[in-house]
Design a protein around this ligand. Sequence first.
Ligand code: NAD
Length: 298
Amino acid sequence: MPLPRVAWIGLGIMGAPMAENLLKAGYAVTGYTLEAHGLDRLAAAGGTPARSVREAVAHAGVVVTMLPADAEVAAVAHGDDGVLAHAAPGTLLIDMSSVTPRTAVALAEAARPRGVRVLDAPVSGGEAGAVEGTLSVMVGGGRADFDEARPLLGALGTTVVHCGPHGAGQTVKAANQLIVAANLQACAEAVVFLEKSGVDLTAALDVLSGGLAASAVLTRKRHNFLAREFTPGFRIDLHHKDMGIVTDAARRAGAVLPLGALVATLVAAARAQGDGGLDHSALLRGVERLSGTPGAAS
Ligand code: NAD
């Protein structure tokens, strides 16, 4: 089977390296994104930059979107220049952005009369996972469509799982973001507690990483905590968006998440204090502010 031509919409922190991994796997990729440097980067990696969504999807068998949030996904899908207006019947649209499960279901319903098949396939693993091609990909939609997309998704991630019908991938991603935020907040509180207690932080993180407190968050964000280095990565603005998704989806499901509600408030507080553009490991700054830690960033 020849590989399908891919249109990639959204070449940001995640989309750019993911599209590059498809190019390395032999896919022909035409891309569109808002920033000129994103288009230049795609061209330098061997892809074809397009001037619009319409131009990008014109000859594609698969369209992948990797956009910030629900509003951008809706605009790119439903606009006059958008995917649904210009993709050929039979096209497979894979939305890898993190959006609400409701948006995933609505997109699949809007696409059906046009003969466009849809999968929601959000990811976890951060920028490093995107670069390394080691993402976790949580997929919602039809089983046959998942089977068809499996080789392409396998070029982007090492854990690729069909979670259920449309929206199920986004529901699992929302749960993922709940766990990550709570874990980050706990790690940040531990860091401030350890430092205020006069314990050597490097030694403490070494031993914590070998026991039950070990986590991917602690491993991946260790440097950020030690060096107070908060270049994103994953922006607090985006995690705030994701906590809104968890809160909304949990209310609809009748699930009560007390810790989730508290962490959502702490993420919102970090944003309100001007840290929205920083990596989510900057939740540490919020704990420092609460603890009046000398030298904590204001
Ligand atoms: P980003 O802001 O770096 O990139 C988004 C890209 O979308 C930008 O390059 C922008 O040009 C493009 N875009 C926006 N509107 C567009 C439009 N109308 N047409 C074409 N392109 C448009 O965001 P990111 O960090 O790459 O995140 C993308 C998605 O992946 C988000 O939903 C995020 O929650 C999720 N995610 C991010 C990470 C991470 O670590 N950064 C990890 C997992 C999941």
